[in-house]
Design a protein around this ligand. Sequence first.
Ligand code: ADP
Ligand code: MG
Length: 439
Amino acid sequence: MTSDQAPVYWPLVAAPGLPPTGAQIGVDVLAGGAFYADPMGWVLREDVGVTNPNVFCFGKPGRGKSATTKAFILRMLDFGYRALILGDPKDEYEPLAYLLGVSPIAVGPGLPARINPLDFGPLASGWALLDREQAATRAGILFGRWLTLLRGLVGSQRVGESPVPFGPVEEQVLKAALRELTGYTTGATTLTETTVPALWHLLAAPTDTLVADCRYATARQLLDETRLLRDALGQLVDGALAGLFDAPTTITLDWEAPLASLSLSRLLPLGDDAVGIALTCLSSWGRGMRELAPAGDLRITVRDEVWKQMRLGPEAVKSFDADLRLSRSSGDIQWANAHKPADLLSVGAAGSQAVTIAKDLLHLADTTILHGQDAGVADELETLLGLPPIARDVVTRWAMHGKGRALWRVGDRYYKVATVLHPLEAALADTNHAITGAA
Ligand SMILES: Nc1ncnc2c1ncn2[C@@H]1O[C@H](COP(=O)(O)OP(=O)(O)O)[C@@H](O)[C@H]1O
Ligand SMILES: [Mg+2]
C-alpha cells in the first residue's frame, strides 16, 4: 500500500524542502520549518520543477486568499518587486497602498479617471522610426490584444440565454475598422488613439474605405450584416463602459512606486457583470502597459476576484487566458485569485470548447495555492486539478480549520502551509470589519 491508501503509516511524508529564498510566508506544517515563496526564483532553479512564475490562488471566500496575496506583495518588495493590482473590486488593497505612501486610483461613475482599453501602451511610441517589419510586428501584437478584448466584451453580451456570437466576419470587420481608425491602413507615421465608442460610430456610419476593405457591396449591406455586433458594442458604450472605459486614458500610473492599484468598489452597485467587464478591460489594458517592460522590472500583477470576469462567458475566459499567456514582460509574476477551480468552467456546457479552454487555463500557473474549500468541491479538486486524496482532504478539512491555511502545489510537490501575518499586516488584511462592526 502507498501513503494514499494507508496514510496513517506515513504521517510525516514531506516533500523535499524549497530553498529559503523570496518571501517568507509562514510555517511549512509538515516539515516544521519556515516556508518561502519565490515563484521567479523557482523557475530559475533546476531542482524545483516549475517553468512559469504564475500563481493561481483558490479558496472559499474569507479563507485568506487576499491576505496571503498582500503578505506576499509586502514581503517581496524587499527583493525589488513592485505590485500592480489590476482591479480591486472591494478597495481592500487601499490600506496597503496608503501604508506604502501611494494613493490608489479610484475608478467609478462620475470620477475623472478614464482608462482606455484600446490604449496603445508603450508599443506605439516612436512609431515613425520603426521599419516596416517592426511596425508590422507591433501592429500584430496591438490588434491581436484589442481583438481578443473586444471579442470578450462582445461575447459577454447576451441574446436571450446565449452569448452574442463572434466569428470571422465580426473579427474582420473590427480589424478593418481598428486599422482605419488608428491610421494604420493609410500608413500614418503616428498612430491615432481610438476608443470603443469611436469604433461603434464607425460601424454605425461606415466609410467607403471600410465597406471596400470588408468587401461589402454597399454600406447598407455592411450595416445589415453587422447589426448584432454593432448593437452589442452600443450596449457597452452606453452601459458598462459609459464614462469609465470609453475615452483616452487620463491616469498615469507611477511605475516607480512600489504599488499601483485601481479601486473598483464604486462599480459594485452596477452589478457583477459591470465589475467583470471592468476587470476584463483592466486585465487587457494592464497587459498592454507591460509590453516592452525593461528586463529587471520585476512586478507582481494581481487579478483578484477573477470569477466575476469568468462568469461573463467563454469569450471573457479566452480574453483572460490570452492576457496571462501572451504577457511578454518576462519579469512579471501573474497572480490571480478565484473561489474554486470550477469558476473557470461555469462558462459553458460540459465538454464544450469553453471547458477545454478553462482546463488549459489551470495549467497556466505552475504554482497553485489552495485555501480551504467545502467538502462539495472535493470532486472538482480531484478531476480538474488532479489532487490525490490526501491533498484533497488537506484542502477540505485541515485548511478549513484556520484562516491562511493552504495547500501549496509547487510544480508537482505539495506543501501544507499556514500563512502567518504580522499584527500590522493582519490589520491591513482585515476584510471582516464590516461584519465585526455590525455584530
Ligand atoms: N493568515 C491569517 N491569519 C489570521 N487571519 C487571517 C489570515 N488570513 C486571513 N485572515 C483574516 O481573514 C479574513 C478574510 O481574509 P481574506 O484574505 O479577505 O479572505 P479571501 O480573500 O479569501 O476572501 C480577514 O479579515 C483577514 O484578516
Ligand atoms: Mg479576497
